[in-house]
Design a binder for this molecule. Sequence first.
Ligand code: NAD
Length: 361
Amino acid sequence: MTHRITLIPGDGTGPEIVEATRRAIEATGVRIEWDVHDIGVPALQKYGDPFPKSALDSVRRNKVGLKGPLTTELGTGMRSVNVALRKEFDLYANLRPGKTYRGVRAPVGNVDLVIVRENIEDLYAGIEFDLGTPELARVRAVIEEAAHTKIREDAAIAIKYISVMGSRRIVKFAFEYARANGRKKVTAVHKSNIMKFADGLFLRIAREIAQEYPDIAFEDRIVDNMCMQLVQKPELYDVLVLPNLYGDIVSDLVAGLVGGLGVAPGANIGEDGVAVFEAIHGSAPRYAGQNKVNPMALMLAGVLMLRHIGEREAGDRLERAIAGVVAEGRDVTYDLKADRDDPTAVGTKEFADAVIRRLKG
Ligand code: NAD
């Protein structure tokens, strides 16, 4: 079977790591027809529109996208591409695995976690009221009356909301992911001891959904305690499900634990099955066109993508090949060398060549 996948090269170093990843994915033998489209700055330059309809239609049609990083140009009035894609396709689940690989310098070993972050609600929904605005005064008055409390007049206000629907679908996603990927436990992370209603709702729904998955263990943790435990004994955890804000922070904590953003993949997945896979890092524009940066994070996103489209065995083989090259430490990019000025560091393309040799060897 041939899979049709939307390929978004991105900009800066994006096209180089996308090409390296495309070649590595093809070397697994999985047949893919790539539907290549620009979004963001390259699309703005070519078509005068950062979100061409043809690109969005392609993602909608194929339901799977592999995306290189995109520069958010300040001062162009361009919305963040990630925010725009999230809104367009209701990409409510942000999947961020964090795994230690031998050869990647990391502060702790033995991490193999998956963070499932809710992507739409919570304090990040963008409901804010700025100082000096009439809206702030109205909102403050309503809150003071309804909550029988006083809010200082020099305070700005941001609203946090967490819904039953939003909690249900993200927790279900976490359990379904755990089941499909042979994971054993889901931990819901919250602060319901303080935010009894919003986080309390999230926890209550998580407990309810957990009943539907007797084959997967369930527990919950308070977010601050979770952070300490992740540093001290990360091996105790498996899949974590979190509301938006905690998910954002904890997923970067975990990325730090496994060696930084340069090796961390991610995916954003939506209600009607649309899934966009990418590296967590940005477009590193100062290295653009130099065949220098590490394509590992995007390749690992490719591993997630292969598993997502049902090509689990090919995904596993690609992951083993990447892990092998990195563990050997010879054909790796500068950032994976003990000394970043090591003259034996290879380029983006040569890293991909080494992965492909392992896949074929
Ligand atoms: P960045 O991640 O692009 O780069 C920061 C530094 O990290 C680089 O200078 C480089 O030293 C290192 N680095 C990053 N990726 C690397 C790789 N693959 N291999 C080796 N080293 C690597 O972060 P930034 O400079 O803050 O952002 C640049 C642009 O990317 C901004 O416009 C930002 O908005 C955008 N961005 C896009 C995405 C995305 O598309 N998903 C994510 C984050 C940032």
